[in-house]
Design a protein around this ligand. Structure first.
Ligand SMILES: [Zn+2]
Ligand SMILES: [Zn+2]
Length: 271
């Protein structure tokens, strides 16, 4: 009798799990539909993506002028290696960090300085499913790239997320930003040839050495031949100490590409 009851409970339990999974699936589906809807109606210069005010169609990056003026674009006096902004009175061409660290990339750029204003663009994209923000972010990065002298780029490679994290988030923000940039510049995007094979803890609280250790062997190239002899542009949302970028580039470097450049949307000062 007891066995029969526990058997029944087991079946009920399985059924409940199945229903929950179904419900989750629908939720995801509805979320996606809303998201696509927003992607169609929200971002195309109707409302400012920072303050929500109505804007003219001609406003750049879906921002009203006062909000856009608050964003600190990095246009000159930046580190020639990693692209971090430099203080006005700081004379060397490299930031203090790049003077002592030898990076695995050729050089990199960022669009904007990370601050509370820029956080309002990155945070909702990454953590609140506001995928439509990838469009103006991608536009800003495309414009930044057009001002560089990198020449021909053979492929764009977004920094991958671990598959578990991507499943939880539902997408990889670097990949959707990368798609806008790749489409705008007519460069192929290669998103399957490098994987993040190690789950890493959040890096925010870690110092440089801990970050480096945390990211050791975190990336794996699938087919080295695909990267060999190529000029590769890595894309990510943010560059802080460069540990993630370096770990990713170190693995790609094994494929002997011609150059590895990167562009991130935001970066912080390190002096
Ligand atoms: Zn605004
Ligand atoms: Zn630097």
């Amino acid at each position: 009798m007891r066995e029969a009851v526990s058997g029944q409970l087991k079946i009920v339990g399985v059924r409940q799990n199945w229903l929950e999974e179904k419900a989750m699936g629908y939720k995801k589906y509805i979320g996606k539909a809303v998201d696509i809807g927003l992607d169609l109606i929200y971002p195309r210069n109707i409302h400012c993506i920072l303050c929500g005010d109505g804007i003219e169609k001609t406003e750049k990056y879906s921002m009203c002028t006062p909000c856009r003026d608050r964003v600190k674009f990095i246009t000159f006096h930046f580190c020639e290696k990693c692209g971090k902004p430099l203080e006005p009175l700081y004379l060397p061409q490299k930031c203090p960090d790049c003077m002592i660290v030898s990076h695995h990339f050729t050089r990199g750029f960022s669009c904007v300085e990370y601050d509370d204003t820029v956080k309002k663009l990155i945070y909702p994209l990454k953590y609140h499913q506001k995928r439509y923000l990838a469009h103006p972010i991608g536009q800003m990065m495309t414009d930044r790239l057009r001002k560089t002298d990198l020449g021909e780029i053979h492929m764009i490679v977004p920094v991958p997320l671990h598959r578990k994290k991507e499943r939880e988030r539902g997408f990889n923000q670097s990949e959707i930003i990368g798609k806008y940039v790749a489409d705008a510049l007519g460069i192929p995007m290669e998103k399957k040839n490098i994987l993040r094979i190690k789950e890493t803890e959040t890096q925010n609280q870690l110092n440089r050495e801990e970050r480096r250790e945390n990211l050791r062997d975190a990336f794996q190239v699938v087919d080295y031949k695909k990267f060999a002899g190529k000029k590769i542009l890595i894309i990510d949302d943010i560059y802080t100490t460069g540990s993630t970028m370096d770990a990713c580039c170190k693995e790609i470097r094994k494929a002997e590409p011609e150059e590895i450049y990167f562009i991130t949307f935001a970066t912080g000062k390190n002096l």
